[in-house]
Design a protein. Structure first.
Length: 124
């Protein structure tokens, strides 16, 4: 789980969600494998299989930097909210699926309902 800086409610528009997910998916060329994404207004949950050559610290850093650069590139007004260019907070939570992968994926996909977030469909 990654949270936005100061827990601003930035993931309420479909266009922002799509840009953020695209930023993560750009890392697939480095061997990252992404599963479900669940955006919940101020944060997101996602499933990712990180290549063995990356440590957890390096993987988190790469995920955050790559997605933030894509968001600032495609959504230039976010620079007004984040003038220092730091989109993600320092908080993150990572946990393995364990034996119940289906339950974890369901939890990730149900984030908007769980947090009662109404996503604005601004993409045509």
């Amino acid at each position: 789980m990654f949270t936005s800086k100061c827990r601003f409610n930035v993931f309420r528009k479909r266009s922002t969600i799509n840009v953020c997910e695209a930023g993560f998916r750009e890392l697939e060329k480095f061997g990252y494998e992404f599963g479900a994404f669940g955006f919940a207004g101020t944060h997101l949950h996602f499933a990712v299989n990180v290549p063995e050559k990356y440590s957890i610290t390096n993987a988190k850093t790469l995920l955050k930097i790559w997605s933030a650069k894509r968001i600032f590139k495609d959504k230039p007004n976010f620079r007004k909210r984040y003038p220092r260019g730091s989109f993600w907070s320092g908080y993150e939570h990572h946990k393995g699926f364990g034996a119940d992968q289906a339950r974890a994926i369901t939890y990730i996909k149900n984030q908007p309902e769980h947090h009662n977030v109404q996503v604005i469909e601004d993409v045509m």
